[in-house]
Each structure stands twice: as C-alpha cells, then as structure tokens.
Design a protein around this ligand. Structure first.
Ligand code: NAI
Length: 264
C-alpha cells in the first residue's frame, strides 16, 4: 500500500508501539501511524484483536507490524516486552501508552478492588511504559516521543467518575513532569485528553452502584452544550500524530474536552 493522508511517510523508518491497540483509539492510532509509514508494535491483552490490528496495519502501509499480548499493569511482562522489542524490532521511537479501562460510579459505590483495578491499568500501566521504554529511548540518545492517553476527565470533575478521573489526572501530571525531565534529551511527552469518543470503553464501562442514569444525564447535558456525539477514534488518532509532529504538551480533543479545558 502507498502511504496517504496528512502525515504520509512522515514516520517512515520509525518504530511505533501502541498499547490498547486491539480496539478503539489505540487501533485507530496504529492505523494512522501505519499509514504514515511507521513500523508498528500493537500491544494489548486481547491477543486476537492485537493480531488483527497488526495484520491490518501491514495492509494499510506499515512496512512491518507485530502483535504482542501483554497486560500493561504487569511490570515484569512489560520489562520482558521491552527486551524483546529492543532485541528483535529495535528501540521504540514513539510510544503510545493508551491502554485503559473505564469505571463509573459514585465515590462511595467504588470499592477498594475497583480502585485497585483502575489504578493498576490506567496509572501503573502508563508508569511502567514510560519508565521502561522511556529509559531505552533516553539511553539510545536519539530522541523520541511518548504519548499518554489521559482524558478530559483529568481536569473535568464529575461525581460519576471519581476513580477513573483520578487516574487520568495522575496521568496528565505524570506526562507534564516527564516532559520537563526529558526535554533536554530531545524526547517529547504529550498528554492526549479526549472527551467522549465512540469506542467499546464508552459502551462497556462498568457502572459501580446506581449512578448509571446520572452518568447518562451528564453525557446528555454535555451533548446539548457541545453538540457532537459521535466523535470517531480516527480523529483522536490524527490528534496524536499531530501532537508528536508538533511536540504538543497537553492536547484536549473533541469540542467538550476543549470547552472544559478552557474553563479549567
Ligand atoms: P477501548 O475499550 O475500545 O480500548 C481499550 C483497549 O485497551 C482494549 O483493546 C483493551 O483490551 C485494552 N486494555 C485494557 N486493559 C489493558 C491492559 N491491562 N493491558 C493491555 N491492554 C489493555 O477504549 P478506548 O476508548 O479506545 O480507550 C483508549 C484510551 O482512551 C483509554 O486510556 C481511555 O481511558 C481513553 N479515553 C477514552 C475516551 C472515550 O470516550 N472513548 C475518552 C477519554 C479517554
């Protein structure tokens, strides 16, 4: 396939690793980098979905694409992944820490197990990725870029999403701290903050407790305020490529995410 699109061949020769690549924003991001000529490592705990993303990435234009089945919250598994990738595919030029899970429910309906689950994936997964792959990038000394998928929830408080929002606020701050730390080494760090995007996470997120109707009401109100409801993951992917090319720090994506960012 011949690379097309706004970033055709912009990532030719680069190795891009995307976590949560089996679905939604991660899959769309793998495809966008594939279209831009990158070699792709599609990482997910969903083996079949990751394999499909890798296959399709090759069809779209990636010179090479591989699937790796890893749980990002498992530190040892992430270390093994980094060793394997470095030995077999090369040092990652662009890392997209995107794997995440949803969790809705009021603070008092959210159990310790719920907190642990969502912190393990959404925060620890990002910490492991940044530390392990970021270290390899820094040691190589040829720059690179890390993109972390945060959320508009990082700066938009909601009583329906306290645990999820807390993990995303932490990812946002982690990204900004790491950006300061790595700036001198030519490694950029971006935090992507989408509002509501049409993916599995928004249809299958677990609702702890009885807040579901309230969450639906909140989403409806947001829809009335900002209009657009069917924001496609492909547009988030384009924003991710732009964030890398322009080395943007914090990137609100979707109209309501931009609106909330202005007010925060
Ligand atoms: P999705 O559910 O379609 O995709 C998430 C992917 O992450 C899935 O393929 C899943 O298997 C994978 N995953 C989950 N836990 C994992 C783990 N422990 N290890 C490896 N892979 C794991 O959801 P979506 O929307 O594409 O989510 C991507 C990111 O975007 C998440 O971090 C999410 O919090 C964030 N986000 C999504 C928004 C939305 O409205 N869809 C809004 C703001 C942020």
């Amino acid at each position: 396939a011949v690379a097309t699109g706004p970033y055709a061949d912009r990532f030719g020769g680069q190795l891009v690793l995307v976590t949560g690549a089996a679905s939604g924003i991660g899959r769309a991001t793998a495809f966008a980098f594939a279209e831009a000529g990158a070699r792709i490592v599609a990482v997910d705990r969903d083996a079949e979905g990751a394999a499909r993303t890798a296959d399709m990435s090759r069809l779209i234009g990636a010179p090479q694409a591989w699937a790796e089945t890893v749980d990002v919250s498992d530190e040892q598994a992430m270390e093994k992944l980094a060793e394997k990738v470095a030995a077999e595919y090369g040092i990652v030029d662009v890392l997209v820490n995107n794997a995440g899970i949803g969790l809705s429910g009021s603070f008092f309906d959210t159990t310790s197990e719920d907190w642990k689950k969502v912190l393990d994936v959404n925060l620890w997964g990002v910490i492991h990725g940044c530390r392990i792959f970021g270290k390899q990038m820094a040691d190589r000394g040829q720059g690179g870029h890390i993109v972390n998928t945060a959320s508009a929830a990082a700066y938009q408080p909601s009583k329906a999403l306290p645990a999820y929002s807390t993990t995303k606020a932490a990812v946002l701050m982690l990204s900004e701290c790491l950006r300061a730390e790595l700036a001198g080494q030519g490694i950029g760090v971006s935090a992507i903050c989408p509002g509501f995007v049409n993916t599995n996470i928004t249809s299958t997120a677990r609702f702890a407790g009885v807040d579901e109707t309230e969450e639906k009401r909140r989403q409806k109100k947001s829809a009335r305020l900002y209009g657009l409801r069917n924001y496609p993951p492909e547009k988030v992917a384009t924003a991710i490529l732009r964030a890398v090319v322009k080395n943007q720090a914090v990137v609100p994506v979707t109209p309501e995410a931009r609106g909330a960012h202005l007010m925060s």
